[in-house]
Design a protein around this ligand. Structure first.
Ligand code: FA5
Length: 339
């Protein structure tokens, strides 16, 4: 019964060849050779008609079994090779020499970075962080800060007053300066106080390269016995050196604020991206006016203090050479990625 032996031999040979197949092309060739319409299994089936009739049923079953086994073996190999043609086991091994794909992750906005750095420097200088509301009343924004009711700083055109339903601006407003937090802190604590407060303030200023209608200020306040203007200058100077670098040039210009006396404005020397250099105003400062101390029931005979309020955007601009404040709020990732 030559055909039964042929069938066994054919199966052994086909399985041995299949085990060496490593690519989809080779697998397809194997399928054509063994299972194709002109393949070895079909050829064996054709011989069936010449077999003795008594052997035909057994040979027929054996041939069907062969076809079934080889088809199963083919499918197993096809699955093992996977879509890319590489055996799955090999595909799961990472090629660590290939360049990786960097996941796109964001980072803190340059202003948030600035705020964090400023807070850290003042923390090292012994200042605690205080907070206050952005929606304020006139007592904290003006009255307690020695800004009288007739003062032009209270003008409706210079502040965002809130219409409380009367159709006219009420006494509630978006704070125009973080000096409000000086009052909030002193109302609730006795000296010594040494705080900074960083937050948003709002003014209907005309927007240009150095002005925005919303910006951030950092307020500083130190009240204790024996605090002097020399302490204020040292503090602001030390801060500027720590934040901008030791060779930054600072300048104190005599100025006026209703809540400090004497008062000064702080400028730093700024090299603009186009190369020209000039002083850039960072903010105001001075010795806390005795009227302000009295407004919060501090003994102005015993305590003195200094305060300062600096523009955070301006600091970021000087530090990073940013020519226009509007870039900080435009949310253009090409700009933001640089920091
Ligand atoms: C004040 O707001 C005072 N409260 C500062 C102060 C605090 C003085 C404590 C004394 C004691 P001024 O209006 O000058 O001051 O604002 C301070 C700083 O905020 C400015 O120097 C500038 O850096 C920044 N600033 C003011 N207006 C704008 C604006 N429209 N856009 C961006 N930054 C501004």
């Amino acid at each position: 019964m030559a055909l039964i032996e042929d069938i066994d031999r054919l199966r052994t040979q086909a399985e041995a060849e299949l085990a060496t197949v490593e690519t989809p092309d080779a697998l397809e060739q194997w399928r054509i050779d063994y299972l194709g319409s002109k393949g070895a299994v079909k050829a064996a089936m054709k011989q069936l008609k010449d077999a003795p009739p008594a052997e035909k049923p057994e040979l027929g079953k054996a041939l069907n079994r062969l076809k079934g086994k080889l088809t199963e073996a083919f499918e197993r190999r096809r699955d093992a090779l996977g879509a890319g043609g590489t055996p799955r086991a090999a595909a799961s091994v990472e090629d660590v020499t290939l360049p990786g794909q960097r996941p796109a992750i964001g980072h803190a906005h340059v202003l948030s970075q600035t705020i964090d750095e400023i807070s850290e420097i003042f923390a090292r200088m012994g200042f605690e962080v205080a907070h206050g509301p952005e929606v304020e009343d006139e007592r904290h924004n003006f009255d307690a800060l020695n800004i009288p009711s007739w003062h032009p700083a209270r003008d409706e055109l210079d502040n965002f007053y809130i219409d409380e339903g009367t159709g006219r601006p009420g006494r509630t407003m978006l704070r125009s300066q973080t000096s409000t937090i000086q009052i909030r802190v002193m109302e609730t604590r006795r000296p010594p106080v040494r705080i900074i407060a960083i937050g948003r303030v709002y003014r209907p200023d005309t927007v240009d390269a150095t002005h925005s209608f919303m910006f951030h200020q950092i307020e500083g306040l130190y009240v204790d016995e024996g605090v002097t203007m020399a302490d204020l200058k040292t503090c602001v100077d030390q801060f500027c050196k720590a934040y901008f670098g030791g060779d930054i040039a600072t300048r104190f210009r005599p100025s006026f604020f209703p809540f400090t006396e004497p008062s000064a404005e702080v400028d730093v020397w700024f090299t603009y991206p186009d190369g020209h250099e000039d002083w850039m105003e960072l903010g105001g400062c001075g010795m806390v006016d005795p009227n302000v101390l009295a407004a919060v029931d501090y003994d102005a005979e015993r305590y003195t203090g200094y305060a300062f309020g600096l523009g955070v955007e301006r600091m970021a601009m000087v530090r990073h050479g940013i020519s226009d404040i509007r870039l900080l709020f435009a949310n253009d990732v090409r700009f933001l990625r640089q920091f």
